[in-house]
Design a protein around this ligand. Structure first.
Ligand code: DNO
Length: 410
């Protein structure tokens, strides 16, 4: 697989010169300064592409070219926004970029409740605690119907047996303070969303109200409607993708559960099968995010990789651990539910030049002081990339593929 790295542009504290030293071949990035809903111009794309190339790397994948909410909920201006999207695709293709990662999650791009949860080894990782999320939903967001939904919430596949998330959230309410509330909102709404060009950003004045406004756009949008809107979008852009050789790779929902009363349609094997069959075009493909999928207890990640490898154009390697009570965190890239060793075997056989990036590393050994984006540390991700490079080299030896580590004389 092509070893790539998610880099957040020239303001990223991690520089391209640093990435070159650790064997990165391709960059995954976006035009983070272009406001949502505006065309990405050729000039801007070309300027960033040339900058990346000046370090001897290439711009391999766009993550993300955001799909604005109106396309997801089917607002009156969706056709106009689809035209904007198509123009950005044409411009990217004209600059030699042919792989786009995007998601179709309403409102939130991804969600965690704790961005610094301590591991037994003293490093920290991202963490999702259902009781804290339910507390946010019921007590901070005060969403209509939230209490009833959490009262009937059931964990899948034997996890969380006997757990009553609603009572835990009520108990939490007695211990929370305005400061703790603020931290939770920062984790769920600001720190995870701010840097991914989503709906929220650092410094938003009333993030909770803004959140409610976004949620209200989805009144009456159920799973069937969201699926129909996704198909509408893909059908509309496929001719452009064909014309300019663009591979669209949807990112699975993270976490792969229904939250905040919103439908989520890229969570399970059945969802992905539906999506690939509903628009049966090779350009309609998948970002195989092993981490997001492994947070769903019903997902057998290895079987999914076997089935969907032919339609996978981009891979995210990370792995989750689900605790017996149902909460989850990031595991080691050599452990957890995803079985990264077997995934590398599957994808390396399918296509040895498939772009792959390690996702979400530990925060470790001084990463905490550097102000990196949540989940996107330097040392933690570098550690994971080293492990994954070792796996790729070993699998390549098994498969008779030549492995070359960039940056050395041999
Ligand atoms: C978080 C990421 C997401 C992902 C987008 C793709 O770490 O997995 O921000 O990039 O959902 O559109």
């Amino acid at each position: 697989m092509e070893r790539t790295w998610r880099w957040f542009g020239k303001n990223d504290r991690i520089t391209l010169a640093m990435l070159k030293q650790i064997g990165v071949e391709g960059i995954v990035t976006a035009l983070h300064d272009v406001p949502l809903g505006e065309v990405w111009t050729r000039e801007k794309i070309s300027e960033l592409r040339e900058y990346i190339e000046s370090f001897g790397m290439r711009w391999s994948v766009v993550e993300s070219l955001p799909v604005v909410e109106t396309i997801k909920y089917g607002g009156p201006d969706r056709d106009e926004q689809i035209e904007v999207y198509k123009q950005s695709l044409r411009n990217l293709s004209a600059e030699g970029i042919h792989t786009i990662c995007y998601n179709f999650m309403p409102v939130l791009d991804w969600a965690r409740t704790d961005l610094r949860h301590e591991n037994p080894n003293g490093s920290t990782n991202l963490y999702f605690n259902y009781a804290e999320f339910a507390y946010f939903d019921i007590y901070i967001l005060k969403r209509e119907g939230a209490r009833e939904e959490w009262a009937s919430f059931r964990f899948p596949q034997g996890y969380g047996e006997g757990r009553d998330v609603l009572s835990e959230a009520d108990a939490l309410a007695k211990t929370m303070t305005p400061e703790k509330d603020h931290d939770l909102v920062e984790s769920i709404v600001i720190k995870t969303q701010g840097f991914v060009s989503g709906n929220f950003k650092e410094g938003d004045e009333a993030p909770v109200q803004k959140f409610r406004d976004f949620l209200s756009l989805y009144k009456g949008i159920d799973k069937a409607k969201l699926r129909a809107n996704m198909k509408y979008f893909l059908d509309a852009i496929m001719p452009t993708c064909e014309e300019c050789g663009m591979n669209m790779c949807v990112h699975p929902d993270d976490p792969p559960i229904e939250i905040l009363g919103l439908p989520r349609i890229v969570r399970t094997e059945e969802d992905i099968r539906w999506l690939l069959e509903a628009v049966p075009n090779r350009h309609n493909g998948l970002t195989f995010c092993a981490g997001s999928l492994s947070a769903g207890a019903y997902n057998n990640v290895v079987e999914m990789a076997r089935e969907f490898a032919p339609r996978t154009h981009f891979v995210h390697l990370r792995s989750c651990h689900i605790f017996p009570n149902g909460d989850f965190t990031e595991a080691s890239h050599l452990g957890g539910r995803a079985d990264i060793i077997e995934l590398v075997r599957i994808f390396e056989k399918e296509n040895p030049s498939l772009p792959m990036r390690v996702d979400h590393g530990m925060t470790m050994l001084g990463d905490e002081e550097k102000g990196y984006n949540a989940g996107y540390s330097f040392l933690g991700r570098m550690f994971a990339l080293g492990q994954v490079q070792g796996i790729i080299a070993t699998v390549d030896r098994e498969l008779g593929i030549e492995y070359k580590q960039p940056g050395f004389f041999d």
